[in-house]
Design a protein around this ligand. Structure first.
Ligand SMILES: CC(C)(COP(=O)(O)OP(=O)(O)OC[C@H]1O[C@@H](n2cnc3c(N)ncnc32)[C@H](O)[C@@H]1OP(=O)(O)O)[C@@H](O)C(=O)NCCC(=O)NCCSC(=O)C[C@H](O)C(=O)O
Ligand SMILES: [Mg+2]
Length: 275
């Protein structure tokens, strides 16, 4: 069965944005190899093009394409029109500047295809656990540019953004969601920068990244894939723990290190990701 945009949003590692007023780029975005494409109606679309962009999305989804759509924030004049145009189309909604669990719940109820909560304000970070727990929220994502602007820090400064990133990782895990999506890297032509950013996000507990250019996909995929050493370690753990030990619990020693249930679970997750 073809996965829906909701299925893709739950598990995507690579998510590629394309502006809603560039319909000639939608096909390129769909063919670029991202797990999920998000058509943007928010900051990448000029004010005068907002209504036309909604029409482009409607047409694209009506021709059977799976995608998500980023809609404008709840406190903007575009929000109600975006919700009316997109809800019920079968596209997952990404809500920009998600910060109120009540608003997220309203959007989730109307959407019918799940919501990605894009958290990019201080209030959103503080409410992240409640937002992640809203039924219909399928994923959290961080908008590092808006958040850094509000906090008065550099969005590329990992240290300055660490507490906010950590809050989203914890909120996602507590709600049983897959790890959140990290924010965009502005450099379109710098694979080393993308690798470094995506590798950092992965180590922080993120399970994917928002991308803005097809060139960013390959280094992102590589950075999120488990390394050969990790895969080999995971196989050694699974091989060493017998079926009986797996069901009855208990402890083994591999490579001189204690292995118990959480270690086994981590090894299993690494092998799942490797697939
Ligand atoms: C960033 C861009 C404006 C760069 O565009 P451009 O200079 O035209 O790129 P290239 O000349 O390198 O394009 C080469 C070819 O690749 C295609 N292309 C480029 N980008 C895309 C794309 N996103 N999807 C599909 N195809 C794409 C071009 O068509 C060229 O093809 P060809 O002609 O056949 O050679 C541009 O990449 C872009 O607009 N990116 C998306 C920007 C966007 O949507 N931003 C919103 C998200 S940002 C965000 O979330 C921040 C967050 O809110 C926060 O606060 O942190
Ligand atoms: Mg933003």
């Amino acid at each position: 069965m073809t996965p829906t945009s909701t299925d893709l949003a739950r598990t995507a590692t690579t998510v590629l944005f394309v502006p809603g007023d560039r319909p000639e780029r939608f096909e390129k975005a769909a063919a670029a190899g991202a797990d999920l494409v998000i058509i943007d109606l928010e900051d990448a679309v000029a004010h005068d093009n907002k209504v036309a962009a909604r029409g482009n999305v409607t047409e694209w989804v009506a021709t059977g394409h799976q995608c998500a759509v980023r809609i404008n924030a709840a406190d903007t004049g575009h929000f109600a029109g975006d919700v009316d145009a997109i809800a019920g189309l079968g596209a997952t909604i990404m809500l920009a500047k998600a910060e109120s669990p009540d608003v997220v719940q309203q959007v989730a109820e109307i959407s019918g295809s799940g919501v990605i909560a894009l958290i990019e304000t201080a209030r959103g970070i503080l409410n992240a656990a409640a937002i992640a727990a809203v039924p219909g929220v399928v994923r959290l994502a961080v908008g590092t540019f808006d958040l850094a602007a509000q906090l008065g820090v550099d969005p590329t400064d990992h240290e300055a953004m660490a507490a906010s990133r950590g809050a989203l990782v914890l909120a996602s895990a507590a709600a049983g969601l897959v790890g959140p999506l990290d924010g965009v890297t502005a450099a379109v032509d710098d694979p080393d920068r993308i690798s470094a950013d995506a590798g950092y996000a992965r180590r922080m507990g993120f399970a994917g990244k928002l991308c803005i250019h097809p060139k960013q996909l390959a280094p992102t995929i590589a950075a999120f894939a488990p390394t050969e050493d990790e895969v080999a370690w995971a196989h050694r753990i699974l091989d060493a723990v017998t079926e009986e030990e797996e069901t009855t619990g208990g402890v083994a020693v591999v490579d001189g290190q204690m292995v118990d249930k959480p270690v086994y679970d981590r090894a299993e997750r690494i092998l799942q990701r490797a697939q």
